[in-house]
Design a protein around this ligand. Structure first.
Ligand code: ADP
Length: 400
């Protein structure tokens, strides 16, 4: 049976999901962590709730891929590694080169590498994953799926920064956005749920996970999104600042006695957001627990998060002159009813309202607004890996 593997490679990790295609059935998934370090952790979930775990030294991504295929064979998940006919790789930055997924060739790898400056941590890691699979399974359909490509339809008014225009022309300094596969997946699904053509709808998608972004999808196209040149911009996130005044950079560097601007950016990426404000955690569940115990900084962190998401939803509603649906997805969007309620509460004056009982659900696809709400609010679990597997299937079919 034909199988496709969706890969998300980080600098020291390799996350994967194996699908039976075209049935779109998940057969196994897992992660290899601490690649290149001592005691790498190797996990496979398969069958009916079975789990294989091992701790060993895995020196590089290529060895991780070899080991993975060997184990899938040993565990009987595959009868032969040649059953894997396709691999799809998540790539974070596609710049202006990739407005859709692409078959991977040597030229495409070079193009992805030419965009390393746009995602210095992610793109090189993504290419490491691509090379590892190319080496171990050289003849299968290999596809790159970009986080940014769905947003390539944004008009210049929305992607340009108010900087000297030459910085865009000469240095590619513009908004690219991220989470594109997720926004596209849930927006298309919303159209199916509403039983209307995707091309006729105005949809605001809220991907609220550790990283969070909001997108305005008009007539089937992303027209604006909250993340920017990199995923640091937009709403408050688990550990990222979201939008801030750039003047804080020299001011804080001076106060903190930092000399390398990268150290400041690292603080904005890893020590800020919900974690920085609360001093408790970047994790929503910890913050909800701390708030219940009366922790004021956890409470203010939660209110700031809700406020920043709400601002973008309101902004996009005005930009599109209305909305047919507001969609919540990802860890927080799918599992935090109170956060959804607090965000949507302010829209009552526009006739947009959640049904308290319907909203009290986690992780299940469902319309959660009242029957007469002017805009449908929908909870839709995202599935970025499935989008990757579908794109591989598309290229496989083209080749046949
Ligand atoms: P990532 O961006 O890492 O993929 P996820 O989409 O998994 O992140 O989202 C992680 C966030 O979802 C965390 O803040 C986590 O606390 C939150 N989350 C997960 N389950 C729940 C829950 N039951 N209630 C509230 N928040 C939750």
């Amino acid at each position: 049976m034909a199988k496709t593997i969706a890969i998300n490679a980080g600098s020291s990790s390799l996350k994967w999901t194996l699908y039976e295609m075209p049935a779109e059935e998940t057969i196994a998934s897992g992660i290899v962590e601490r690649i290149g370090l001592d005691n790498s952790i190797f996990t496979i979930k398969y069958g009916e709730g079975k789990k294989y775990e091992d701790v060993l030294d895995i020196n590089n991504h290529e060895i991780a891929v070899e080991l993975l295929l060997e184990k899938l064979d040993d565990l009987g998940v595959l009868t032969d590694i040649n059953e894997i006919e396709g691999v799809g790789h998540r790539v974070v930055a596609g710049g202006e080169i990739f407005s859709e997924s692409s078959l991977i060739t040597d030229e495409v790898i070079e193009q992805i590498e030419s965009l390393n400056d746009l995602a210095p941590l992610h793109n090189p890691a993504n290419v490491t994953g691509i090379r590892a699979f190319k080496k171990v399974l050289p003849n299968i359909t290999s596809v790159a799926v970009f986080d940014t490509s769905f947003h390539q339809t944004m008009p210049a008014v929305n992607y340009l920064y108010s900087l000297p225009y030459e910085y865009y022309e000469d240095f590619d300094a513009r908004k690219y956005g991220a989470h594109g596969t997720s926004h596209q997946f849930v927006a298309e699904r919303a159209a199916e749920i509403l039983d209307k053509p995707f091309e006729d709808l105005k949809i605001i998608t809220c991907h609220l996970g550790n990283g969070a972004s909001i997108t305005a999808v008009e007539n089937g196209k992303s027209i604006d999104t909250s993340m920017g040149f990199t995923p640091l911009a937009g709403v408050t996130m688990g550990t990222r600042t979201g939008d801030i005044d750039a003047s804080l950079i020299p001011y804080l560097m001076n106060r903190l006695e930092l000399t390398d601007v990268q150290d400041m950016i690292d603080i904005f990426n890893n020590q800020s957001g919900l974690k920085g404000i609360s001093g408790v955690s970047s994790d929503m569940r910890d913050l909800e627990a701390a708030e219940a115990e009366g922790n004021e900084r956890a409470e203010i962190a939660l209110r700031i998060f809700e406020d920043r998401v709400r601002n973008y939803v309101a902004q996009y509603m005005v930009k599109m002159e209305g909305a047919d649906a507001i969609v919540f997805t990802a860890g927080i969007g799918e599992n935090a009813p109170e956060t959804r309620q607090n965000i949507i509460n302010n829209f009552k004056f526009l006739g947009i309202e959640l049904d308290e009982e319907k909203n009290n659900v986690r992780g299940k696809e469902r319309i959660i607004s009242t029957d007469d709400s002017k805009v449908k609010v929908i909870l839709i679990p995202t599935d970025e890996e499935l989008v990757i597997a579908r794109d591989v299937e598309y290229f496989k079919n083209l080749a046949n």
